[in-house]
Design a protein around this ligand. Structure first.
Ligand code: 13P
Length: 287
């Protein structure tokens, strides 16, 4: 059931669990995540970066595929189709294409410009029933060409952006997209606690979910995080399972070259990873 992310994240914040945002790349990814959410009776957010949208030939294709798949698979759990790290133009494209949620990442703009653009997009999104995420302080690392230095968010700026009426807020707390380096200092719970105190009941978003130790995930949830984004970990699971299949020579046995067989181990690996994360985040049976 395609819905905005507002209600599911309010419920998560109140119930002290988090909803996973899993980024999609193609049909296999989308099907794996939707089926797992249904099996786990969990709400879910499908994240689409601008790069992934382009890869899938545009946001219209993505929205049409997700809507049709949601219907064909008989998905009854709440599913939000969400633009990840959207540009100003990308947000409008997704609104037009039929997404149910957008993220405007104005974190690289001076705060005044971030405020002005976020205000405008909040109004447009809410008039059409979409939810909207904003970002303060950048998420470190690189994801589909979006590069961030990883500075911690200023709690006062978070309050300023939260007060514009966004539905959930991503605050940089030392998190990084992709794998964490050996010398990573860990999440700044000091920053998270300060942001949480400033923004009241606003659900907070933790990007860069890949590789964050379980105890840090649980602590972050206890401090107001209600949405956790995972992308790289599903890619790694898919890659490892596919490599194993090919290295075992299974693609050369019988009809093992059939794409439906060749992509199946990776598909199953994504399902297992998403289930593991839903259990960790506490969203199982919360649909
Ligand atoms: P990871 O790729 O590190 O899991 O980050 C995902 C993310 O934050 C998407 O916005």
């Amino acid at each position: 059931m395609l819905v905005s992310a507002t209600e599911m994240l309010k419920k998560a914040r109140d119930g002290k669990y988090a909803v996973g945002q899993f980024n999609i790349n193609n049909l296999e990814w989308t099907k794996a995540i939707l089926l797992t959410a249904q099996e786990c009776n969990s709400p879910v957010i499908l994240g689409v970066s601008e790069g992934a949208g382009k890869y899938m030939t545009g946001f219209e294709t993505v929205a049409a595929m997700v809507a049709a798949m949601d219907k064909s698979l008989g998905i009854t759990v709440p599913v939000a189709l969400h633009l990840d790290h959207g540009s100003y133009e990308g947000c409008y494209k997704c609104i037009k294409a039929g997404f149910t949620s957008i993220m405007f990442d104005g974190s690289h703009f001076p705060i005044e410009e971030n405020v002005a653009k976020t205000t405008e997009l909040v109004n447009v999104a809410h008039n059409l029933g979409l939810s909207i995420e904003a970002e303060v302080g950048s998420i470190g690392g690189e994801e589909d060409g979006v590069v961030g230095a990883g500075e911690c968010a200023d709690p006062n700026e978070c309050k300023m952006i939260a007060d514009l009426g966004v539905d959930f807020l991503a605050a940089g707390i030392g998190n990084i997209h992709g794998k964490y380096p050996e010398n990573w200092a860990g999440l700044s719970f000091e920053t998270l606690a300060a942001v949480n105190e400033k923004v009241g009941e606003m659900p907070l978003v933790l990007h860069g979910g890949t590789g964050i130790p379980d105890d840090m995930i649980k602590k972050a949830i206890s401090l107001g995080v209600a949405k956790i984004n995972v992308n790289t970990e599903c890619q790694l699971s898919f890659q490892e399972a596919t490599r194993e299949y090919i290295e075992a020579g299974k693609d050369q046995q019988g009809k093992g070259f059939d794409p439906r067989k060749l992509l199946n181990p990776g598909f199953e690996a994504i399902k297992a990873k998403v289930k593991e994360k839903m259990e960790l985040f506490g969203s199982v049976d919360k649909a």
